[in-house]
Design a protein around this ligand. Sequence first.
Ligand SMILES: Cc1ncc(C[n+]2csc(CCOP(=O)(O)OP(=O)(O)O)c2C)c(N)n1
Ligand code: SF4
Ligand SMILES: [Mg+2]
Length: 484
Amino acid sequence: MPEAAFAELDFKRRLKVDLFPTIWCPGCGIGTIMIELAMVLDEMGMDESNTIIVTGIGCTGRMGSYMKYESVYTLHGRTLPVAEAIKAVRPEMQVIVVAGDGDTASIGGNHLIHAIRRDAPLTVLCNNNEIYGLTGGQTGPTTPSGTKTLSSPAGNPNTPINLQGLVRSSSHALYAKTTVYHQLHMRNAIREAIEHPGFSFVDITSQCIENNGRRIGFASANEMLTFYRKTYKRAPKDAEHLNPFEIGILTPKADGAAANGNGAATAGVTTTPERPESLPEQPAGQLVSATESPGLAGATAKVSTATDDEKARRRAESQARAAVMAQLAPEVKLRVAKKELTLAEALTSAGIPVPEWARTGASAPAGAPVAPGEVEISATGQDLRTQDQPTELDAQKAEAAVEERNLIGGMPGSDTQPAAPRTAHDAAPPAAATDPKEARRAEAQRKLALMQRLDPEVKLRVAKGELTLADALREAGIDPETVS
Ligand SMILES: Cc1ncc(C[n+]2csc(CCOP(=O)(O)OP(=O)(O)O)c2C)c(N)n1
Ligand code: SF4
Ligand SMILES: [Mg+2]
């Protein structure tokens, strides 16, 4: 193909050339990856109407802003969940993730494992410069052992992560290894990755000349590229595994026979674990609710068909019961829970009025939501449909009241609960302190309790020393003796 001037090349329409020169250091490998990606996308007719690019914080992540595509420049390490979310709501779009090695395999490593496991239909281009470029050159997950970096000046003591092994732990995923020197190969790898229907990962070795290359002995980006040319060799076409310094594209086999550790790649033996036949049969159809299990009755148990109204009524019943129970002493509660005593008996002996539902065993306490027309007006004349529902908060408040502690906070809205003192104990005068330390602490607590009764702006003035506490209290009409 005759060489065309850059200005004449079609893929340029996929780039925001008006923003050039880019922010990347001269000689950085990221620009090459961007151009190769733009060429492939252009060739495949992928534009902003059908393609979204997701990148994460890092030098690599800036790529999204130079490409004429909708893109998300998301948090460092969060490219994959963001990309999966986009794909979930816009399945018709091609979602391409471009991220650094740190983003992909370090902070984002957990997401990577599970995107692979779920066979998320994404293409990931990992700019593997073997370093945290943006932050100045710290050791990353793919930094080779022994490499001297900003954060491992004596040489990286750790073994780099095995990206090939990780991606190929799923027999469905496509893994390709390439370098920025091997541009045609990189283009083929990106293209095949995009065409792959499931999870695909292109691991692109590239140079971060400024924050890695120079420190490890390369004088220029060109020297690094020459190193890639001399060191990396193409793997045989039918290779099932890439050796170190081999480039190639490992496409999943139709029979799923990847040697991925999930089973022997032997004829007739499945490599993806499936349910063994010896397991009990599952219930027919879909599970109805995540919270309802067939339980002891096994898979043939009748699936609960409670309506929403019934469920709401049961919830209200248990909340109302909890609110009443909360008024009982703990040991009595325990006896009721153990069924040694009925709730009605416990309430009666505690001198607490027994609600009708507790006395009669009626199913729904007042306030339970009832579908119109289903339940008659109760014997007490209460219309169950119009009562307020007791809420969890009401139950907690009732319990708190019994224990003489006021709840802080509540439903959204104004908080009418005093912040301090919270309990009768807090408000009680401290025992006369004989220890001077104790006395100082008691005085400080007393002042704090008083301060808390002031308006925030007055508190601030007292804290700044613009007003004495005594004056502030006087102005607010608070008697300091009310909290001694
Ligand atoms: C949650 C979070 N942790 C850490 C950082 C700091 N940080 C920004 S980029 C980066 C590493 C970048 O390395 P890599 O992902 O390999 O991208 P590169 O810059 O090499 O392209 C780190 C640690 C951050 N921005 N956010
Ligand atoms: S610091 Fe490294 S990765 Fe970042 S732009 Fe410069 S050369 Fe590229
Ligand atoms: Mg990096």
